[in-house]
Design a binder for this molecule. Sequence first.
Ligand SMILES: Nc1nc2c(c(=O)[nH]1)N[C@H]1C(S)=C(S)[C@@H](COP(=O)(O)O)O[C@H]1N2
Ligand SMILES: [Mo]
Length: 498
Amino acid sequence: MYRPNRQQSLDAAIGVLASVAAVAGSLLAAGDTPAFVGAAAAALVRDASPGFVAVEVRGLGEAAQPLLVAVTGLLLLGLYAGATLLARRSVEGGAAAGVTTLALVGGATLLLTGSLASAGGAGVAAAVVVLAASRPLASGGSAVRSPGRRRLLQAGAATLAALVASAVRLGGGSGAASSPEPADPAAQSLLSVAEERSLSLPDTDALVSDGFYTVDIATVAPTISPADWSLAVTGEVPEARSFTLSELRAFDAERRFVTLRCVSDPLNGKKIDTALWDGVPVSTVLEAVDAPESCCVTLHAADDYFVSFPRAALEDGLLAWGMNGRPLPRSHGAPLRTLVPGHWGETNAKWLTEIEIREEPEDGYWEQRGWQGTGEVNTVAKLHSTTVRDGTVRVGGHAYAGTRGIDAVEVSTDGGDSWTEATLSEPLPGAVPLDAEEPEPDGEAADAWRMWEHEYDAAERHEVVVRAIDGEGERQTEDQEEVRPSGATGWVSETIRP
Ligand SMILES: Nc1nc2c(c(=O)[nH]1)N[C@H]1C(S)=C(S)[C@@H](COP(=O)(O)O)O[C@H]1N2
Ligand SMILES: [Mo]
């Protein structure tokens, strides 16, 4: 059996320490941005494995991200430990080994990230670990006798220092962001209306979500400084044009409640949420560039995401820079994202950089990977809240059918034999001009969910089934379909034991 000798164990340990330090050094230099080597390598892993990881990142939901992170971690460990070993083997002396480590680890990081800062951070951190491991510091009467162990301790201390420094940097970054400015007062008054119209159900969000879900193709969101950003309108237009954020903000803007749902949301899943968004109607921008009639559009984003769908779907959309009365958060697409009424989440491109007007349809990022998620959402009634008290059962949740709206939610408490209409929340208010100080909403929100609840007496075990009827009188289909490729269908049911 193979047993590593002392020297080999020491080499391996120093390789691991230098790798950890290199990743921490890159994080310290690049911050939580796509230039961080962890993010860049994860994107490579994702793109190199379209058959599994890329598809499953969404299919598996949260479980896939840790998988991607683990694979990426192993890859970086191998790469950096290999580079460190090579450096320590190929030259004599600690200083030379340090410089060689800097060159190899830094060079590999530069190739992965294209960022000098990130490469420098990784290279220097790994080099410091190699230097620390090269020679035991003079130690009068130290408790640690073995020189090998002492070198390992020194390398470990250097690695720890890099880890602590990067943790401090990250902590500082989020600390600044965690004291949000107060929401815009006019938005606040609309948010209060939403609060009043919400049914108060345990275990489920109100009409405006507390934590809005995210689905991203990258592990780290792009960091875009609004000053360096502009939106290009290209393709079948008389003349390609671009707009800065202030140019977009100068148009007549509006504020609307919109619900998003990912096509990968399980039938009774939670990848569905609602917020109040501020932005300029897409039609305003398309008019400004004189875009002629055309079949399709492709939206391009700063994370290399792209999605293509019929132009008609985009016409009533919004280009949003605000969310719930505050600036659009980075995780939801700052500085600008798209909101496409009634269509699956993936059409709502975040970190939008370009609207390409096209004469031909094409496949977007997810369609190239086997999904069909650019169409209109399926109708769904969710059952997220169940409370049983003294023989009284109360069930409830949200129902959503995109721009078709929700007319009714029907509940069966006998496994589908008989049905009753549930109580529905009042619809959310319609869009308002952004500059209105006292917004007077016009009608109801065109693309938002409603809440439902139903209370009844029950003593025995029974099955609750729920189904929605959309605003066109169409009942949610009973046919069960998987999430992939074009969204789950069927009725949600739950067995209740009072
Ligand atoms: N640029 C970009 N836009 C994107 C995505 C992405 O990965 N990158 N994900 C899409 C998907 S699949 C969904 S469901 C919605 C989710 O929006 P949210 O993260 O704000 O909830 O964004 C869409 N827009
Ligand atoms: Mo999605």
